[in-house]
Design a protein around this ligand. Structure first.
Ligand code: CP3
Length: 348
């Protein structure tokens, strides 16, 4: 008799090289799907969408139902944590998220820390519902933003070009800014723990702005808080795999992979496969890293790039993904094309 079969995504995270590779896509739920737009229009705004277990469960399942990915990722957003902490948040069409900026210790003191996670109970209910609905072979991924990345949005009040406010605070008042990072580290541990308790099997930490810090600051604001989160989550949920996505970290991917205790690194589009295999692949599983613009492009360019990635990561514990999220104008047919390319036993 065969061993109790386990989900391919979990096997790859445990270090197995699988053919064909398991796959999922960052932002696999979203505006590129007509069925997403239909559900989106039923909620008054994006926060309400994330906090409706009925709608968020449906959105989590939509891409898996259509394309057969090996994982579902909880439908939510990294900025629901600052929202739960009492920071005003609004998602504006074409503008992205807008927050009421917190720029000093007084702003930090005004956050409502007590009971913050209670305000996200609906999300944990979504996790329970998705877990009940999922196919045996599909893994459920929970997630959070990593503290540095969430702090950039909280301090800048949205997406930034040069990060002068958040870096300015960190350089000027290391202890004060450290207080914000510590708050985010602690609440992120609770957020991920609650997702795992509700049925998530893997968690991913999104460090989308890892690539804007000098090395010493990268160690203090990216590696240290991430290591603290990973250690505590694994203490509470032994064996729980953690994926880290330090987007844009370049050669600092290596320190990140070695020093944070994560099980897998999500590679951004620019990370060379040769570097990843040589410096990272013996320590952690690899995930990535097709350029989202190739998925937008489709056709032969997509076919060749997928084959090239499959050759590059052959023999490694590897999960196929994009190097960043699915772009909103991606034709769903290209995702179907990708699914059939990945299902083939060997690259064409
Ligand atoms: O499908 C999934 O990947 C799960 C859900 C998910 C969303 N956001 C839904 C979403 C996940 C994992 C995220 C992560 C996230 N959110 C990150 C890290 C990954 C990355 O992109 O770097 C960041 C930085 C955010 C913050 C955020 N949320 C921004 C900057 C924006 C606006 C810009 C944009 O891409 O639309 C959002 C909105 C958002 N989050 C949407 C979705 C589906 C679009 C909402 C809509 O208009 O319908």
């Amino acid at each position: 008799m065969a061993r109790n079969p386990t989900k391919p995504l979990l096997r790859a995270l445990a270090g197995e090289a699988l053919v064909p590779p398991p796959w999922w896509l960052m932002r696999q739920a979203g505006r590129y799907l007509p069925e997403y737009r239909a559900v989106r229009s039923q909620a008054r705004n994006f926060i309400e969408l994330c906090l409706s277990p009925t709608l968020a469960t449906e959105l989590t399942l939509q891409p898996v139902r259509r394309f057969g990915m090996g994982a579902a990722i909880l439908f939510s957003d990294i900025l629901l944590l600052p929202y739960a902490l009492g920071q005003a948040l609004d998602y504006r069409e074409g503008e992205g998220p807008v927050l009421d900026p917190i720029t000093d210790r007084a702003g930090l003191d005004r956050l409502r820390k007590a009971g913050a996670l209670k305000r996200l109970d609906a999300i944990f209910e979504t996790v329970r519902r998705v877990q009940r609905a999922l196919d045996q072979q599909v893994a459920l991924i929970g997630f959070a933003g990593a503290p540095w990345t969430v702090a950039t949005y909280m301090v800048e009040g949205g997406t930034s070009r040069d990060f002068r406010r958040v870096k300015g605070w960190a350089y000027r008042d290391r202890r004060g800014f450290g207080g914000l990072i510590e708050l985010l580290t602690e609440t992120t541990i609770e957020l991920l723990s609650a997702q795992l308790a509700a049925g998530a099997e893997v968690v991913q930490l999104f460090e989308s702005w890892a690539g804007v810090l000098p090395e010493a600051e990268f160690v203090r604001w990216v590696i240290e808080p991430t290591a603290a989160i990973v250690a505590e989550v694994k203490k509470r949920y032994p064996g729980c795999p953690v994926i880290g996505f330090p987007r844009g970290a370049g050669i600092l991917y290596e320190r990140y992979a070695v020093e944070t205790g994560i099980d897998a690194v999500a590679m951004d589009t620019t990370l060379p496969a040769g570097f990843a295999c040589a410096k990272l692949g013996s320590r952690v599983a690899l995930q990535g890293n097709l350029d989202p613009v190739l998925l937008l492009t489709g056709g032969q360019a997509l076919e060749q790039a997928v084959a090239e990635l499959r050759r590059s990561f052959a023999g490694m514990p590897w999960i196929f993904n994009l190097g960043h999220g699915v772009l909103p104008d991606t034709p769903p047919d290209h995702v179907a094309q990708l699914a059939s390319l990945l299902a083939a036993p060997a690259p064409s």
